[in-house]
Design a protein around this ligand. Structure first.
Ligand code: AKG
Length: 225
């Protein structure tokens, strides 16, 4: 490939409804929240969340996270990733209401939510899978998007030449990732040079292992709480 050219990957755009493909089990529900509810929740989160930009460790190197984040959950729902130990903040009213709406719709319970705040196109999320031990085998992740529209890209973790899956999650939309999705597919939110409105993403999760059962590292960074 000539220098300066970006590699071209075949991309399949995810459609509303369910997609089951090569280990991925996804369901995209645009309009899960109506525009007024989505606007109200976004405004509340931007005003009330004590956003932090944590220092993370990836492959032994230390970085400032390329976005802001916060972790909310039930007491004891401690989540460790990238060298961080995230102690849960108590549920904000808007987050508690949203949790109940999701649980009612999906018939599953969630005890925590990770909030990510992409201030502009320079903020991003690198390739990763949500596969930390405390999420258990085949975790169900429910992703709610608010605000600006960004690319959400999935790539098969073992067959890099397989078509990528892509979505532009709308304001108020829900994306369900379940089954073996986190085992076979990684995902990211790339940077963009386009002018984009601030975006908040919420991923509802279920922490299944008590933190006492985990080998907590002494030098981990406490990110929130
Ligand atoms: O912002 C997004 O849509 C993705 C968030 C994400 O990948 C995560 O929380 O693990």
């Amino acid at each position: 490939m000539p220098p300066g050219h970006r590699s071209a990957h075949a991309v399949t755009m995810l459609q509303p409804g369910r997609t089951v493909l090569a280990g991925a089990d996804l369901e995209y529900l645009p309009g899960f929240l109506g525009p007024a509810d989505a606007d109200e929740l976004l405004a509340a989160l931007l005003a009330e969340v004590p956003w932090q930009r944590p220092v993370v460790q990836i492959f032994g190197r230390t970085f400032r996270s390329p976005r802001l984040a916060a972790w909310y959950g039930d007491t004891g729902a401690v989540y460790r990733y990238s060298g961080l130990v995230n102690e849960p903040l108590p549920w904000l009213p808007g987050l508690a209401v949203l949790r109940r709406q999701i649980e009612h719709r999906l018939g599953q319970t969630f005890n925590s939510v990770l909030l990510n705040f992409y201030r502009d196109g320079a903020d991003s999320m690198g390739w990763h899978r949500d596969q930390e031990p405390e999420l258990g085998e085949n975790p169900t992740i429910v992703s709610i998007s608010l605000g600006g529209i960004r690319r959400f890209v999935l790539q098969h973790s073992q067959q890099a030449d397989m078509t990528r899956l892509e979505l532009r999650p709308e304001h108020g939309s829900l994306l369900l990732m379940c089954g073996a999705t986190q085992h076979f597919w990684r995902h990211c939110v790339p940077k963009t040079r386009k002018v984009v409105a601030p975006r908040v993403n919420l991923t509802f999760r279920r922490i299944v292992l008590p933190v006492a059962a985990l080998d907590v590292e002494q030098d981990s960074v406490v990110a929130s709480g």
